[in-house]
Design a protein around this ligand. Structure first.
Ligand code: GRF
Length: 202
């Protein structure tokens, strides 16, 4: 399978996907990295791994322009699965629907708890005893599609946003590759209304 990763920033989840799904891997390879930010470290990571790095600008109010370019790039490269990894933009329902069952995201909480920004801070403020990360199929909501897998961590007294985020991030790097493998091997079921499911399972 041919994988594309969308990332806006640091790209440590991208790095774990690049390591797990290198060029020539029998199950899947990351062949394209897309960023809305030209200076994203994620793009530099792609380049040093020898993977195509594509900057697609997200002009003010220009989601449609971004999505048209992204869609064309994905189609031209025969992409099978899109992985959002720290992609800090909300994609439109039309784009997400076109990729239903073939687009994943990682979020640093045990969904459905704490969707949206600053999930680790939200967990601390709510007094959660446990936190973690979720890899999920993307649907039209924000951090709301069916969960493929989660990894849990304890919250310790005295945790700050930084210490908790680091503990969760360590698990993210294991969770994302594992979830992608489950999806590619056909063990994870995409949303029931995805065209992909109708084709495969009737
Ligand atoms: C991760 O915590 C991810 O769960 C969230 O954004 C962060 C991205 O980190 N969606 P990185 O760019 O992969 O290092």
């Amino acid at each position: 399978a041919r994988l594309a990763v969308f990332a806006s920033g640091r790209g440590t989840n991208l790095a774990s996907l690049l390591r797990t799904f290198p060029q020539g891997d029998a199950l899947g390879s990351v062949v394209l990295v897309v960023s809305d930010r030209e200076d994203a470290p994620a793009l530099a990571r792609a380049r040093s791994a020898g993977v195509e790095a594509l900057h697609i600008p997200w002009p003010r109010g220009g989601r449609a322009a971004f999505e048209a370019q992204a869609q064309a790039a994905l189609e031209a490269r025969g992409i099978d699965l899109v992985c959002l990894a720290g992609f800090m933009r909300i994609l439109s329902p039309v784009f997400v629907e076109a990729w239903a069952g073939r687009i994943l995201n990682i979020h640093p909480s045990l969904l459905p708890d704490f969707p949206g920004l600053h999930a680790q801070r939200q967990a601390l403020e709510a007094g959660a005893r446990e936190a973690g990360c979720s890899v999920h199929f993307v649907d039209a909501g924000v951090d709301s599609g069916p969960v493929v897998l989660q990894r849990r961590v304890p919250v310790f007294p005295g945790d700050t946003e930084e210490t908790l985020a680091a503990r969760i991030l360590y698990e993210e790097h294991r969770a994302y590759p594992d979830a992608v493998r489950l999806v590619l091997e056909g063990w994870a079921f995409p949303p029931p209304d995805a065209g992909f499911v109708r084709e495969r399972y009737g």
